[in-house]
Ligand binder design. Structure first.
Ligand SMILES: Nc1nc2c(ncn2[C@@H]2O[C@H](COP(=O)(O)OP(=O)(O)OP(=O)(O)O)[C@@H](O)[C@H]2O)c(=O)[nH]1
Ligand SMILES: [Zn+2]
Length: 204
C-alpha cells in the first residue's frame, strides 16, 4: 500500500503519500536526537526498527475493514430477540492529539432482528477501530455505526471506559481519572429500561 486514506481525509483530493520504512526509521532517529540522546549509541541502534514495528502493530487498524468481519451472519436463532452483550473487551488505543496510549474496556450490545453475528467479530470491530489514532468519542461512535449499519439490529449500545496516558503521565497528571463515552441507537436510545439494563449488565 503506498497511500493512506484516513476517516477524516475523504474530502481531500490528494491521498497522503505513505513514507517508506527507511523514512519512518529516520523520523524516529530525528526524535531520539531531539529528545537529547545519540541515536548512534549501541542501545539505540535498533530502536528505530523496533519503534516502526511497534507502530505497525499499534496502527494495524488502518489496514482492516470492520464491515468484512460483520458480513458473516447466522439466521437460525430460533426467534432469539433479546440483547447480546460483550463485557470488558480490552481497549488499547492511541489518542490522536498526543499519540499517547489510552487503555480501558469496551462494553458492546446489540439486539438482533433476524440475524446474529459471531460474538468474536464484535471484539474484532473494537480492535480494528482502536488500532488507529482516535478520540474516545469517535471510536465509540464508529463501533456503534459499524454494527448498526452492517447488522441492521433493533438497536446497538457501546460504552467505553478508558484512562488516557496523555492525562495521567503528563499534562494535568490525574492518574485516577477515567473517561466514559456511550453511544446508543434504536431501542437503546428510545427505551430507557433497555438502556438501564445495559448499564446494569456493564456494572456502570
Ligand atoms: N475529547 C477528547 N479529548 C481528548 C481525547 N484524548 C485526549 N484528549 C484531549 O485533547 C486535548 C488537546 O488539547 P490541547 O490544548 O490542544 O493540547 P495540550 O496543550 O497538550 O493539552 P493538555 O493535555 O491539557 O496539556 C486535551 O485536553 C486532551 O485531554 C479524547 O479521546 N477525547
Ligand atoms: Zn492525548
Amino acid at each position: 500500500m503506498d497511500s493512506i486514506t484516513t476517516p477524516g481525509s475523504f474530502e481531500r483530493t490528494e491521498p497522503v503519500k505513505r513514507p517508506t520504512r527507511e523514512e519512518a526509521e529516520e523520523a524516529v532517529r530525528t526524535l531520539l536526537a531531539w529528545a537529547g540522546d545519540d541515536p548512534r549509541r549501541e542501545g539505540l541502534i535498533d530502536t528505530p526498527k523496533r519503534v516502526v514495528n511497534a507502530y505497525k502493530e499499534w496502527f494495524q487498524g488502518y489496514e482492516e475493514d470492520p464491515v468484512k468481519y460483520l458480513s458473516r451472519t447466522f439466521d437460525d436463532v430460533q426467534g432469539y430477540d433479546d440483547l447480546v452483550m460483550l463485557r470488558e473487551i480490552e481497549v488499547e488505543s492511541h489518542c490522536e492529539h498526543h499519540m499517547a496510549p489510552f487503555l480501558g474496556k469496551a462494553y458492546v450490545a446489540y439486539q438482533p432482528t433476524e440475524k446474529v453475528v459471531g460474538i468474536s467479530k464484535l471484539a474484532r470491530v473494537v480492535e480494528i477501530f482502536s488500532k488507529r489514532l482516535q478520540t474516545q468519542e469517535t471510536m465509540t461512535a464508529q463501533i456503534c455505526d459499524a454494527i448498526t449499519e452492517s447488522l441492521a439490529p433493533a438497536g446497538c449500545a457501546v460504552l467505553i471506559d478508558a484512562k488516557h496516558q496523555c492525562m495521567t503521565t503528563r499534562g494535568v497528571h490525574h492518574p485516577n481519572v477515567s473517561t466514559i463515552t456511550t453511544q446508543f441507537t434504536g431501542v437503546f436510545r428510545t427505551d430507557e429500561d433497555k438502556r438501564n439494563r445495559f448499564f446494569r449488565l456493564a456494572g456502570k
